[in-house]
Ligand binder design. Structure first.
Ligand code: FES
Length: 158
């Protein structure tokens, strides 16, 4: 029995209609949706696994793969593209040493792209852990990534 997932199901009264909230809680617990937990939910609530997977892939907030501690989201929508987000993205890829859609080997950063964050006036936009950084430039990105790296270093030296 998967105790954590069982507790989440119980919290939501084993309601099939609460499936999105159940998945949200699982993701909060693990930082992504582990397949074995989704299989467990599917069995307990008698919801086809294929349906749960289609919900997981429909909502960008869900991830079927492990995510790093910090989530870096780069908007690659039209407005951001026109204002040069490509340069910003390749700078982030260089700095982190990974391509969009992957996680650094130390599990600190996951880099993702999305189509439009709905705040085109601020283009180009980078979001780190839910914090929006508008009019992003290569210089700004360096400062932002340094800030997160420094925070990590000071956490590990305490
Ligand atoms: S295109 Fe980037 S926020 Fe809309």
């Amino acid at each position: 029995m998967d105790k954590k997932t069982e507790a989440i199901l119980e919290k939501h009264g084993y309601r099939r209609s609460s499936i999105i909230r159940i998945m949200t809680d699982i993701q909060e617990e693990y930082n992504y949706l582990p397949q074995e937990n989704l299989t467990y939910v599917s069995r307990r609530l008698k919801i086809p696994l294929s349906k749960i997977f289609s919900i997981a892939t429909f909502y960008a907030a869900f991830s079927l793969y492990p995510r790093g501690k910090h989530l870096v989201t780069v908007c690659s929508g039209t407005a951001c593209f026109v204002r040069g987000v490509e340069n910003v993205l390749s700078r982030i890829e260089d700095r982190l040493g990974i391509k969009a859609g992957s996680t650094t080997p130390d599990n600190l950063f996951t880099l993702e792209t999305v189509n439009c964050l709905g705040a085109c006036a601020l283009a180009p936009i980078v979001v780190v852990d839910g914090e929006y950084y508008g009019q992003a430039t290569v210089q700004k990105i360096d400062t932002i990534l340094d800030k997160y790296r420094n925070e990590e270093n000071s956490e590990t030296t305490h």
